[in-house]
Design a protein around this ligand. Sequence first.
Ligand SMILES: Nc1ncnc2c1ncn2[C@@H]1O[C@H](COP(=O)(O)OP(=O)(O)O)[C@@H](O)[C@H]1O
Ligand SMILES: [Mg+2]
Length: 348
Amino acid sequence: MEGTIEDSSEYPAHVAIEEPRDGVSVEFDPRNLFDHLPPPSTSSRVKQIWAVGGGKGGVGKSLIASSLGISLARLNQKVLAIDLDLGGANLHTALGVDLPKQSLSDFLTERTRELEDCISPTGIPNLSLISGAQDAVGVANVGPKEKLKLLQKLRNVDADYVIIDLGAGTSYNTMDFFLYADVGVIALLPEPTSIENAYRFIKAAYYRRLWHSPSLRDVRHLIEMAMDPRNKLGIKSPSDLFREVNQANPGSAMALKREIEKFRPKLVVNQARTQTDVDIGFSVKTVCKKYFGTEMDYVGYLDYDSAVWQAVRRKRPLMLEFPNSRLVSSLDRIVTFMLKRYANQKIP
Ligand SMILES: Nc1ncnc2c1ncn2[C@@H]1O[C@H](COP(=O)(O)OP(=O)(O)O)[C@@H](O)[C@H]1O
Ligand SMILES: [Mg+2]
């Protein structure tokens, strides 16, 4: 993501939308996307949106997203799982279902008008699915209008929880879906490339969050600079950004601090084999506090377990195929913890 400001450079500042449809305003500024979204309130149908991301493919996002979904569904919550890995959609596989005929691309390309028309059953009580597009549409290519339309719909589908499987990468669209969730989970493997990718993901989400913040509009140009590693002010780290913002406007520096405190992604270490692997979650938490000034919650780790591929091979969800495994109890524990700890957390 570094070095480009996708949404502000690729799109004109104001995108005119001819027909006001689905609550999308006639004209909106894609740079101020979140201004156009209704604030999550107790009146929206959906209690919470949970998103699962991570910088890289193969870190267990789909396993985690599907398992969170199944676990919530077994707690009598109505769940909609949605696959936003539009290039390499495989959430349906993790849920043990064949690729549904209808997919999110039907909605994004207006083949169907209602998001509800893309929903398929999973055979698991309380759990339904919107599968990812299979026609080579990457999520990075979804336009601002479609993104807004989808985000507006997500809070009012007929579900208690919406679980988003984000797919790999740190495109601005992926960041926006992550940031629009009430609870954002980052998955990582205990290996250097995955840890690096997780940091890249956190950094991208962090700057993107600041960039969106209405209280930081007057220093947005500085945030954009910070997102560009070759920026001419030499902003290399969040503390450099803070210094520049403070110089430009001390009031904005206070707002920046408040925004940073509100950013609290959750972390799951997947495929742990040793205590050292488990401890990586704590190190990442410490580094994030030191470097970004942000608190991450390490919500749990998952052991490496051959049950995962055995379940994949049998085309069955792990949660149902190996209900008594340690991995399943770890996943259930993570869900119970998140339900308890974040019950009232809404996108800040
Ligand atoms: N805890 C685990 N133990 C063993 N294998 C795992 C575990 N988590 C994931 N895997 C393996 O890694 C592969 C990738 O997982 P997946 O959830 O599809 O990742 P992503 O969605 O991030 O690309 C799965 O097919 C599975 O075989
Ligand atoms: Mg996946």
